[in-house]
Ligand binder design. Structure first.
Ligand code: ADP
Length: 350
């Protein structure tokens, strides 16, 4: 097994697109690292450079202590799982699993052991004689993973592997991939644009924006203490509410109400972020007229304008507030995330 390191990695495509602009990252041995960000932020390019499917413009990729920039993809000891499975339609599952090993000249008995082990691990024993067209989407996805597993690579790379599955299967496969990775302990880099997938799967979460890393941390660190407004609003569903505010003596003023916060320069404009679950209905606070209610089953979301911005407020199922009601919302200082409106960076507070 091996860790993976990226050092100031850059990629400029011919035509001048700066897809990756100086990405440095350490993925410890055995970690599950998720790269998340909107479409076009450079995630796949990073992954494809690690795999050796794209050349590196500058910077270094190290796997298990060895710089692999100039190592052929086949010799990097990595296995990649794509969203379109890339299975051979004319081959049975067994042969799909065995193909890569046969190509490398692995002895027949060894192939059989590895394929059987992977099939058992993935619950595919009964499927080995089927063709890909005779499998469900989830089973095909498992075969694609099986092909990566039989290689016993040092690093797994996943490129949006679940995007072709329906919502229910996605949730199931998410758990399955995580369980398998823990069991096998193989260092993994997983790319997705889905922030829920990223939150639930990562040991180490990397939020990307415009070819650069915005923040690296555990999912909880990133959720609780987003380093930028971009991260704050990207991670979390519904997203964090952002209100314009002003620093005053001893606090921040949001629409006439002062929330006590220390350490800000009075008179400066700030952006005050607050998550929907951190806004509380209280006796006292900012007036909030509920424009509409979304019933989510376990919780409810109240939508409406607050301090001139449309916000969402999460309240428990069974709470009494209805559309058209006006309530008051309390804002706890401990739940506020303050950002510099000019740079979007989190302000030291507290
Ligand atoms: P993501 O995986 O986050 O959606 P990509 O890494 O695929 O992002 O793309 C990053 C940027 O590089 C985008 O602007 C995309 O249009 C561009 N890009 C990707 N592949 C190529 C290519 N082969 N040639 C030129 N530009 C590309």
């Amino acid at each position: 097994m091996a860790g993976l390191a990226l050092d100031t990695l850059r990629k400029t495509y011919s035509g001048g697109v700066d897809a990756v602009r100086g990405v440095s990252l350490d993925v410890p041995d055995g970690a599950f690292c998720v790269l998340v960000g909107p479409s076009g932020c450079g995630k796949s390019t990073v992954l494809r450079m690690i795999a050796g499917l794209e050349t590196v413009t500058s910077g270094a990729i190290t796997i298990g202590g060895r710089v692999v920039n100039d190592v052929e993809p086949a010799d990097r000891d990595i296995a990649m799982v794509f969203q379109n499975y890339a299975l051979y339609p004319h081959m049975r599952v067994y042969d799909n699993l065995a193909y890569g090993l046969r190509n490398r000249g692995t002895p027949k008995a060894e192939i059989e052991t590895r394929v059987t082990d992977a099939a058992r691990l993935l619950g595919l024993e009964a499927m080995l004689t089927r063709y890909p067209r005779q499998l469900s989407g989830g089973q095909r996805q498992r075969v694609a993973m099986g092909r990566a597993i039989v290689r016993k690579p040092q690093v797994f790379l996943f490129d949006e592997p679940l995007s072709n599955l329906d919502a229910k299967l996605r949730v199931q496969m998410r758990v399955e991939i995580r369980r398998l990775q823990r069991q096998l302990g193989v260092t993994t880099v997983y790319v997705t644009h889905d922030q829920v997938e990223a939150m639930t799967m990562a040991d180490r979460l990397v939020v990307m924006n415009g070819g650069q890393i915005e923040q690296v941390g555990t999912p909880i660190e990133i959720y609780r203490r987003p380093a930028t407004r971009y991260v704050a609003t990207f991670m979390g569903s519904p997203p964090m509410n952002i209100l314009s505010a002003e620093a005053v003596d001893g606090g921040v003023r949001i629409d006439g109400t002062v929330v006590p916060v220390a350490g800000l320069t009075p008179g400066t404009a700030v952006e005050a972020g607050i998550r929907p679950e951190d806004l509380r209905i209280a006796e006292d606070g900012l007036p909030f007229r509920v424009a509409f209610v979304e019933e989510l089953g376990a919780t409810r979301l109240l939508h409406g304008p607050l301090a001139g911005t449309d916000v969402a407020v999460q309240v428990p199922a069974g709470s009494a507030t209805q559309e058209g009601d006006t309530v008051r919302l309390a804002i706890d200082a401990s739940a506020l995330h303050l950002f510099d409106p000019a740079t979007g960076r989190r302000l030291a507070q507290g």
